[in-house]
Design a binder for this molecule. Structure first.
Ligand code: FES
Length: 83
């Protein structure tokens, strides 16, 4: 299972939840989000290391180096940072 590290907040395991956001939510992280559907961009974070896979095609265009936690799952251990 992949480990998700949130800089300054801690880490948790990804255990097959629907999205990275759901895994972080379940583990008590205070993550920003709104639509959960890849539309608003509220859940965008910086991906510092690791690989992710898109689970839905987001309408929102993230900047280079950023991911939408509602729209991806980690493929490897990842390190992310809130914007
Ligand atoms: S919560 Fe809106 S794009 Fe992720």
């Amino acid at each position: 299972m992949a480990k998700i590290t949130v800089v300054g907040q801690g880490e948790c395991e990804f255990e097959g939840q629907f999205s990275m956001l759901e895994a972080l939510d379940e583990n008590g992280f205070d993550m920003p989000y709104s639509c959960r559907g890849g539309n608003c961009g509220a859940c965008a974070v910086k991906l510092l290391s690791g690989d992710v896979e898109e689970i839905q095609s987001p309408a929102y265009d993230v900047r280079e180096g950023e991911i939408l936690t509602c729209s991806v799952i980690p493929l490897t251990d990842v390190e992310i940072e809130l914007l």
